[in-house]
Design a protein around this ligand. Structure first.
Ligand code: OOB
Length: 548
């Protein structure tokens, strides 16, 4: 177990407690409290017609917890959870919380290379999957994972296990729930789960979040977004992502005692009928999806009039798009600028139009410390752009088991270097200007240039490669690989297939491949990868702007 003292220094622990941010509440306890207060209220609605009341979810979570422990998992173990937006995601994570086992979240798009990395770095003992989703059989992935990482002793499947020999989740859920007293007592200061980082340099890092710190964000996010026990919240983005999970997300909605509706896909064809049927009031979207929704809403036969608030974040939202939310969808836009490492900023529902459209909001907590500094680490004057550093009652002080990343990503006094370039307006509102790092923010999915370069360099016909982000009208940014071939020039499509064949999430396959003879004509000396990427990006963007 990772004690909280290794994460926040004791004086900060004392301060956050005294301020009432950290209240010693655990996930298991808050669900129990809601189930006792209003057992008959609907907590979770699945797209296959499932409707679980709070009493039902509470019972399932207990059964899961007992079932997981009966299978031989121990408190403190880690379990990779990779499920599509199914009700079982919610019962299994609350079951894990109650058993003191840490979920480690993977996105359904992740493939063997990423899942293996998570299982190794998180030293996972178990893996939870769906039988299949989007035409992909996760049981094959699980078998490969167990072959590569034998420590993953348990695989649990939502749906049919086939002849895999894995354990169906339904077996766990039908375990006779022991009296609550038999479950291990949880400490609110302990790490509740591991979230994954966007992976700005190299592979994703693991983010340890405690009950106390995360529940603080849920309580405040639910309040800031106006969620209450009558709210209906739709999860349209992948549920494992920190944004639809907690900003305010399905956990914020459950914290408020409301109802969570799960959409198997974020597309308007799937989500709009669910909105109409369940009178959904809130949903979180990334900017490219918002654009799709705005377009689809204009001719949609579905009644979307229940929508009251739409959270948009994960990537920069263009002001012209932001302006169309109220007139087209009839809902208040709430911009969300957050990160899995902690800090989350919201525009407030009663902010004026200019603030809602043109800023990415302000921090949740009066104890969020936000520093905007120049190249030398000196604070810039208000209104000027600089690098965003932050620390506070829900921002981590270090990644799980990764001293070298911690050295790079945190200052000596505990600030997290977000890598974002922002400016601060009066009142603490932030406007995101760009990124210092070399990742690609493709429709809210973060891709590390370095990670993809490493995979391409392994190709026999690649001499050198630089992966860069290119502005894209729809995706915000897309990825382009500049490749210097070795020997016979490969086809672009073959290189894309190569990346896919390396067992990576589809969103990491380069959108574009451009072959070049050399990287720089001014061969005066070695330039950094960073400068090289900037140069290539500039050349490509200039070319695109001159081609009609
Ligand atoms: C969210 O979390 P992550 O961890 O996938 O990515 C964080 C990064 C930020 O550092 C920033 O570069 C970018 O995503 N970002 C935005 C943004 N929201 C996130 N850039 C511009 N405008 C925005 N509104 O993406 C995330 C976590 C919680 C809530 C919302 C988003």
């Amino acid at each position: 177990m990772i004690p909280v003292e290794q994460i926040w220094p004791p004086e900060f622990v004392a301060r956050y407690r005294a301020a009432g941010h950290w209240r010693g509440e655990t996930f298991g306890a808050f669900l129990r409290a809601r189930a006792e207060a209003h057992p008959e209220r609907v907590a979770v609605v699945g797209s296959a017609g499932q409707r679980w009341t709070y009493a039902e979810l509470d019972r399932r979570a207990d059964a899961m917890a007992c079932g997981l422990l009966a299978q031989g998992l121990r408190p403190g173990d880690r379990v990779v959870v990779q499920l599509p937006n199914l009700p079982e995601f919610i019962s299994v994570v609350f079951g894990l919380f109650r058993a003191g086992i840490l979920p480690l979240y993977a996105l359904p798009a992740h493939r063997i290379t990423e899942v293996e990395h998570f299982a190794r770095t998180g030293e996972a003992a178990g893996y939870v999957i769906a039988e299949r989703h989007d035409n992909f059989d996760y049981r094959t992935l699980a078998a490969e994972l167990q072959h590569r990482v034998p420590g993953v002793r348990h695989v649990f499947v939502a749906g049919d296990v086939g002849d895999s020999g894995f354990t169906p989740l339904s077996v766990l859920e039908s375990t006779d729930p022991a009296p609550a007293a038999d479950l291990p007592a949880r400490d609110a200061q302990s790490v509740a789960f591991l979230q994954i980082s966007g992976g700005s340099t190299g592979l994703s890092k693991l983010i340890p979040r405690t009950h106390d710190d995360y529940i603080y964000t849920l309580r405040e996010s639910a309040r800031i977004s106006g969620l209450d026990a009558h709210s209906v919240f739709l999860v349209a983005l992948p549920i494992e992502h920190n944004f639809p999970m907690s900003s305010p997300g399905f956990l914020g909605a459950l914290y408020a005692g409301g109802t969570v509706v799960l959409s198997p896909s974020p597309s308007p064809e799937v989500a709009f009928p669910l909105i109409a049927r369940h009178r959904v009031q809130q949903v979180s979207l990334v900017p490219p999806l918002l654009m799709l929704w705005l377009q689809a809403a204009e001719q949609s036969p579905h009644d979307l009039s229940s929508l009251a608030v739409i959270q948009v974040g994960g990537a920069k939202l263009a002001a012209e798009v932001a302006k169309r939310v109220k007139p087209t969808l009839g809902a208040t836009l709430q911009q969300v600028f957050g990160m899995a490492e902690g800090l989350v900023n919201y525009t407030r529902l009663d902010d004026d139009e200019d603030t809602i459209v043109n800023t990415q909001g302000r921090a949740i907590s009066p104890d969020d410390e936000v520093l905007i500094v120049d190249d030398l680490g000196q604070p810039v004057p208000e209104g000027e752009a600089g690098y965003l550093l932050t620390r506070g009652p829900y921002t981590i002080r270090g990644y799980h088991n990764n001293p070298s990343a911690n050295e790079r990503s945190f200052t000596a006094d505990g600030y997290y270097r977000t890598g974002d370039i922002v400016k601060r307006l009066p009142g603490g509102y932030l406007v995101v200007q760009g990124r210092a790092g070399d990742h690609i923010n493709r429709a809210g999915e973060k891709i590390s240039a370095e990670e993809i370069e490493d995979h391409l360099l392994a190709h026999p016909q690649v001499f050198d490669v630089a992966v860069v982000s290119v502005p894209d009208e729809f995706l915000g940014e897309r990825s382009c690989a500049f490749v210097i071939p070795k020997g016979e020039k490969p086809r672009g499509a073959a290189l894309k297939q190569w990346v896919r064949g390396r067992g990576l999430a589809d969103f990491k396959v380069p959108d574009q491949v451009v072959f070049v003879d050399a990287f720089t004509a001014t061969a005066a000396g070695k330039i950094s990868r960073k400068e090289l990427r900037a140069q290539l990006r500039a050349t490509l963007t200039a070319q695109e702007n001159t081609t009609p």
